[in-house]
Design a protein around this ligand. Structure first.
Ligand SMILES: *Cc1c(COP(=O)(O)O)cnc(C)c1O
Length: 435
């Protein structure tokens, strides 16, 4: 067996691609296609890589909180809990899923720029760890809810550090044009902090930022860490308060294509740790508890999607289209932002990559592609395709467009495959149709 793509993929003697030693062609036969397949051991390895790097930089004063929106389904939460990882949620639905899975509500925090009254009630009622405020109106709403119940809620709020993360690059923006967070430069963040402090049922614990997603460079993380820590200290001094937590978000980039060089999670956390130790010495304030929120980096590379090829169309002087039994409903990321994916013919993964092909989805949309202009094994009808790194923002972004039932999630653990989210049925599709 030789490794392919990551340590978790190998090519068997029969030429089939395997995940953690399990033949994915067999998985396709047993569970049907399209199907998402996830490696439990890789999710756990990612949890440990983040935990170790945090420990190395921040001692015992850290939390790794998984960003649920990358992949939210019940099976995730016991895995996270057993690795000592917390989680964030961005909706009542994600909160409900985590609670249904038995996750400790104290280990959850709630994000979102427009949380509803109902969602905030749900969060307060379950005893959620913290709410990350992202609006003046939310302060009023949360205070009213807590006052009526006679309870206190731990809160942080979202800051715009003025560091904008692009895919591979950072652009420093003085005035950040974003719907999220409150600016430091324009005084809005300080104004919100003062406003929160006027509300007796809100326990103000710290600040949060998230600079973007799929970030490769170390600089942006280090810059955000410095800006945040400086502002943290400034707030404590100006407002004469003590806070205890700083959340510096997620955004750690992963490899989608073989040529991508995302670097390691550790190097980004080491850079943040270094900056914070320097600032700590300069400002005479010990580093507060630091929280990171990796989403994509926790599950992205731990997943792949299996499809069956239905037809191949070689268009003269144009592209060669390989049509599969999924696409936009299970992975809208090409349609959304022309995301790139690598793929192989799962049943001939050992054959040379010999043809430039475009993987097309099954929907009535020309933009429904999975991968455009990718060189891989010549595909033919009946082949199984394995598309890599689909663990994040695929299942969680899936839809029923064209009334296509959602694909199942098959989890590989200890050399065995089992469905942890079942395939939707046609009955599921009409479940909410009232007449
Ligand atoms: C999306 C999001 C994350 C996770 O981002 P990744 O790029 O998936 O790591 C973390 N924090 C917040 C607030 C987010 O919105």
């Amino acid at each position: 067996m030789k490794h392919y793509y990551s340590d978790h993929f190998t090519i068997g003697e029969n030429g089939h691609i395997c995940m953690d030693g399990v033949d994915l062609v067999t998985v396709a036969q047993d569970f049907g296609t399209p199907a998402y397949v996830m490696s439990e051991s890789q999710i756990r390895e990612n949890c440990r890589a983040f935990t170790e790097a945090m420990k190395r930089n921040f001692g015992e004063r850290y939390k790794v909180a998984y960003a649920s929106k990358a992949l939210c389904a019940k099976f995730m939460y016991p895995i996270l809990a057993s690795e000592g990882v917390h989680a964030d949620v961005v909706s009542g639905g994600e909160l409900y899923t985590a609670l249904q899975a038995g996750f400790n509500p104290k280990h959850l925090h709630f994000h979102g720029n427009n949380k509803t009254y109902k969602e905030l009630v749900m969060a307060v009622d379950c005893g959620i760890g913290s709410v990350i405020i992202d609006a003046f109106e939310e302060v009023d709403l949360l205070e009213t809810i807590c006052a009526s119940k006679g309870v206190h809620q731990r809160v942080l709020f979202r800051v715009k550090p003025g560091v904008h993360a692009d895919t591979h690059e950072f652009i420093s923006t003085g005035q950040n044009d974003s719907k999220f967070g409150f600016g430091i430069e324009d005084g809005e963040a300080m104004r919100l902090a003062k406003y929160i402090l006027q509300h007796e049922h809100l326990d103000f614990a710290g600040i949060h930022c998230h600079i973007g997603s799929q970030v490769f460079s170390v600089d942006g993380f280090a810059r955000a860490a410095k800006i945040m820590f400086d502002f943290f200290c400034k707030m404590e001094q100006e407002l004469n308060i003590t806070m205890d937590e700083m959340i510096i978000g997620g955004g750690f980039g992963i490899r989608y294509m073989p040529e991508d060089e995302p670097g390691t999670f550790g190097e980004k956390l080491d850079a943040m740790g270094k900056v914070m130790r320097e600032e700590s010495a300069r400002l005479g304030r010990e580093i507060p508890e630091i929280v990171i929120e990796p989403g994509r980096s926790m599950v992205g590379a731990a997943g792949c999607t299996l499809y069956t090829v239905g037809s191949v169309r070689d268009i003269k002087d144009a592209r060669s289209y390989v049509s599969v039994d999924g696409g936009l409903p299970d992975n809208p990321r090409f349609a959304l932002y022309q995301a790139k994916y690598d793929a192989v013919v799962a049943n001939r993964a050992d054959a040379p990559r010999d043809k430039l092909q475009t993987i097309a989805g099954r929907c009535c949309e020309s933009g429904d592609l999975v991968a455009r202009d990718l060189t891989f094994q010549t595909a033919k009808a009946g082949d199984i395709l394995c598309v890599f790194a689909t663990g994040a923002y695929n299942y969680s972004m899936a839809s029923n467009y064209n009334r296509v039932p959602r694909a199942p999630i098959v989890l590989i653990s200890d050399g065995k495959a089992r469905e942890v989210v079942r395939r939707e049925t046609y009955e599921d599709l009409v479940r909410n149709d009232l007449i």
